[in-house]
Ligand binder design. Structure first.
Ligand SMILES: [Zn+2]
Length: 571
């Protein structure tokens, strides 16, 4: 297709790809695929490839940001779809070709070892027979999204989604909470058979993909496919045991405090999110402008550069934080690799969770700022085990400054409540994390995993194991089972979850260090972020002043620090 030796000039800005179709982009990949490659020109070839990926990535990120901000805009929707369903899958195919060329050349140098390792791994896993199966899975995913998207509950005459029941779980009126809880899971109970059947089809495809790639189970395949080079599935099983041993007792103590403050005989599942002292819900801001300003000042106390970074995003129009009609749900941080800027999208509705979300996503965005100057795109973004340390650490590092005395969101009394809730959630999260991972580890390694009733029974067994028996679920088996169908990861992102648990332990270590030496902990945190993806995971953790933890001693040590801190906060 191309004359060998002719180098195509790349555009200087992502604007050039704004309206591109795959046909406009394909020639650049083709040129990189046929350009003669040797050790003499491999660096300039890598630079060109990185630039091409940056231009596409930036144009796609901007299209998605624009669409998410206004999903009713037909033109924006079309542009977003062009990138996600036309350009992205084609680019993915071409990317594999280029990865193979680099691996085949046998070229490795300092700073590129982890990149080559990831490329080689993906190459080894590739099997042409799996391409159509992946397409089938994507179709099932769309089918699943339709089932979920059609779910509605009637709440006092208004149609709401099950997810929109969440705020009512914080209501001080217990009967409101119970009603919201039952409504939240009702559609999942009703659609259980349809969802189980959809899941069976996904299960079969996944096991077939694993077999084609030469693995005995999808569990082992997924572990490799996620580039998990530094821990094994057995380490994950150790992680579950350790949660049970080291964290469950702390969760019991938190529940006992809650039960006693609420003055209840037994906690029911709808009693877990309400303020135990019966106070009105926290309201962190007057308007979105106030929210942005407060967040900026909070970051300034963690590190002055973070405030500057956050303000740069605000000035560039790359913060879309408040919930409006027509916006897509959820929150995320994305980045513009050419302009070297991150962006944040979220749906703040003036609840305490908004504070955590903005701190979390800003942590991701500071990660982007720290890594933009690494020469190649491939060197910048580590796996979720480290990416979530950047975000989860920021939630904890910023917590001391969320009060108005520091220019933050809350009165001193409210800030104390918010800090307490953050730490409590950091502890109780492990029960959910362990159940989610243990459930998948089980289902993909036994034929029973293909049996819908056996799955539901196993989920109940795992919930009892990891949540203990202190919450009274009597008569609520159907709702408890529905919780797994409610979790999108099982359907859309299998095995993507243990990363959060691993990262939470990393973040708790960064935070523990900050209690002794705030400046030193933040400095190491930044140094670790700045390494991007250039070092193996254990080294990234080490740079941050942390280590990977899978055993109970390490967990217990951190939970002790959290409980100690909690004993001084709003006890
Ligand atoms: Zn995150």
């Amino acid at each position: 297709m191309f004359q060998r030796g002719v180098v195509l000039a790349l555009p200087g800005s992502a604007d050039a790809f704004q309206n591109a179709t795959w046909n406009d982009i394909a020639p650049y990949f083709e040129e990189l695929a046929v350009r003669p490659l040797d050790r003499g020109n491999v660096e300039s070839w890598l630079e060109d490839w990185s630039m091409l990926e940056s231009l596409i990535g930036e144009a796609a990120a901007l299209a998605n940001f624009a669409y998410s901000s206004d999903t009713a805009d037909h033109e924006r929707e079309k542009a977003q779809l062009r990138f996600s369903s036309d350009i992205a899958p084609h680019a993915e195919e071409q990317r594999t070709r280029l990865q193979e060329r680099l691996v085949a050349l046998g070229y490795v140098r300092s700073g590129l070892e982890t990149t080559v390792q990831r490329f080689r791994n993906q190459m080894e896993l590739f099997n042409a027979a799996n391409v159509p199966l992946q397409t089938d899975l994507a179709k099932l995913s769309t089918e699943w999204a339709k089932v979920i998207g059609a779910m509605a509950v009637d709440w006092e005459g208004q149609e709401k989604t099950p997810q929109q029941m969440a705020p009512f779980l914080e209501d001080n009126d217990r009967s409101v909470r119970e009603r919201a809880f039952r409504k939240m899971f009702r559609p999942y109970v009703e659609h259980r058979d349809a969802l189980a059947e959809l899941f069976d089809r996904m299960y079969d495809l996944r096991q077939q993909i694993a077999t084609n790639a030469g693995f005995t189970s999808f569990r082992d395949y997924a572990h490799r496919e996620k580039n998990r080079f530094d821990y094994t599935p057995d380490d994950c099983l150790r992680f579950h045991d350790a949660v049970e041993e080291a964290i469950l007792p702390a969760i019991q103590r938190l529940h006992e405090r809650r039960r006693s403050h609420l003055g209840l005989e037994r906690l029911r599942p709808w009693d877990l999110f309400v303020d135990p002292k019966g106070r009105t819900p926290l309201r962190p801001y007057r308007d979105v402008e106030d929210f942005v300003q407060s967040a900026g000042r909070v970051f300034g106390h963690v590190q002055p550069d973070f405030q500057r970074d956050f303000e740069t995003m605000a000035e560039a129009g790359l913060l879309d934080l408040d919930n409006r009609k027509g916006k897509a749900p959820g929150g995320f941080c994305d980045w513009l690799p050419v302009r070297k800027l991150p962006l944040i999208f979220m749906n703040a509705v003036n609840v305490d969770d908004d504070v955590r979300t903005v701190l979390h996503e800003a942590g991701h965005s500071f990660h982007v700022f720290e890594t933009v100057d690494l020469p190649l795109l491939f060197q910048r973004h580590p796996g979720a085990e480290m990416a979530e340390v950047a975000s989860m650490s920021m939630e904890l590092l910023a917590a001391p400054y969320i009060d108005r005395g520091h220019g933050g969101f809350y009165s001193e009394a409210d800030a104390v409540r918010s800090r307490r809730w953050l730490l409590e959630r950091a502890v109780t999260f492990f029960a959910h994390c362990a159940s989610v991972d243990a459930f998948q580890q089980w289902m993909y390694t036994t034929p029973d995993g293909r049996d819908a009733d056996a799955r539901d029974r196993k989920w109940l067994e795992l919930r009892r194991r990891f949540e203990g028996e202190w919450v009274d679920w009597n008569g609520l088996d159907a709702e408890r089972i529905a919780r797994w169908y409610y979790q999108p990861h099982f359907f859309e992102f299998p095995f993507y979850y243990i990363e959060y648990g691993i990262a939470q332990l990393g973040a708790l270590q960064v935070w523990r260090n900050s209690l002794r030496d705030h400046g030193g902990a933040v400095r190491r945190y930044r140094e670790a972020l700045a390494l991007g993806a250039t070092r193996p995971l254990p080294e990234l953790y080490k740079a941050a002043g942390a280590r990977l933890i899978f055993e109970s001693d390490g967990m217990r040590e951190l939970i002790d620090v959290v409980e100690n801190e909690l004993s001084t906060i709003d006890a």
